[in-house]
Ligand binder design. Structure first.
Ligand code: APR
Length: 311
């Protein structure tokens, strides 16, 4: 079986970690693409990782480029091209700049990787993945946004820290847009099969939900000059792996809804079954009235950002 090819568009903070994880997990060969001014960085990062592959005992060819022809025929494309947040900025503040970048990325992915499974990471996420889908015209099962995996990762880690248990045993999901309006569902979270609500007080749980909603901003504040990059990369790789290995994982992802949850024509976070068919199924959860209301509130924020893309 030929090795899989993974195109990483954007060779910044997240892009570099993505390349490392592709190699470390032997998912295939990776091409790290960036603009001509950053071609040296893309080449340098990938060469640096290549030189570590013998030490990790893995086989993966990595290369850096600013020539779109080099991503030709990729099986998976992960897009992180675009500006990250600085302290004081919301994800929506990135829209004007990042929509231009996303348009050129989408045109080129359409041209060179017409059959790829595409994972969008660039913020504001729900509007960026919407734009990418519009411009490429790819089927909805092959264009997905990374947000929920990261948001649940944050929620799960806060629960594990609070309870002093393994984060591995925490299961949870989150719905909605990637931002402060997201809808964590603590009602459905479990720890080793035990309902989370039986293990933690309402106040502590509320505090964890609030911290999850602001978790990206917390990191932006600490870093001072950029946004989270380790956990976003780990999250996107989990999704890529589910596709490449046909794992049939159920992961919260930004998917194009066409009637599910009473939403039509927008990308928003929902649990999805990821396998070799890409987004093979969207799982509809029975929500309480309060949860429904929160999801609709989140949809309003997504709609506002999408309207600004003018697509
Ligand atoms: N094509 C390809 N790459 C581009 C383009 C373009 N047209 N324009 C900019 N880039 C590159 C930049 O040169 C930079 O190397 O995208 C990279 C972005 O990297 P960082 O600035 O380090 O940002 P990062 O932390 O990786 O986040 C990228 O993901 O989570 C989101 O909010 C985050 O939108 C941001 C994106």
């Amino acid at each position: 079986m030929a090795r899989k090819k993974i195109a990483l568009i954007g060779g910044g903070q997240i892009g570099g970690i993505l390349a490392l994880l592709v190699a470390q997990k032997e998912l295939g060969d990776a091409v790290l693409f960036d603009i001509p001014e950053k071609e040296g960085v893309a080449k340098g990062k990938t060469l640096d990782i290549m030189e570590g592959t013998p030490l990790m005992g893995v086989d993966s060819n990595l290369s850096g480029t600013s020539n779109y022809e080099d991503i030709k025929g990729a099986d998976v494309v992960i897009v992180t091209a675009g500006l990250p947040r600085k302290p004081g900025m919301s994800r929506e503040d990135l829209l004007d700049v990042n929509i231009k970048i996303m348009s050129s990325v989408a045109e080129n992915v359409k041209k060179y990787c017409p059959d790829a499974f595409c994972i969008i990471v660039t913020n504001p996420l729900d509007a960026m993945v919407y734009s990418f889908k519009k411009i490429t015209g790819f089927p909805k099962n092959r264009v997905v946004g990374m947000a929920g995996v990261l948001d649940t990762g944050r929620f799960k880690s806060f629960v594990a820290m609070e309870l002093g248990v393994s984060a591995e045993d925490v299961a949870a999901t989150v719905l909605g847009g990637h931002g402060p309006t997201m809808v964590p569902l603590p009602r459905l979270a479990t720890v080793g099969g035990v309902p989370l609500t039986e293990l933690i007080s309402d106040e502590k749980l509320e505090a964890i939900v609030t911290r999850t909603r602001k978790a990206g901003t917390e990191i932006v504040g600490l870093l001072g000059n950029g946004s989270a990059f380790f956990s976003p990369a780990i999250s996107a790789i989990e999704m890529a792996e589910a596709y490449l290995k046909d794992k049939k994982r159920i992961l919260p992802c930004a998917c194009l809804l066409e009637g599910e949850y009473g939403i039509d024509g927008y990308y928003i976070g929902v649990p999805a079954l990821l396998g070799s068919g890409g987004v093979e199924k969207i799982i509809e959860i029975k929500l309480t009235d309060e949860e429904k209301e929160m999801l609709m509130n989140s949809l309003e924020a997504v709609k506002k950002a999408v309207a600004e893309t003018k697509l």
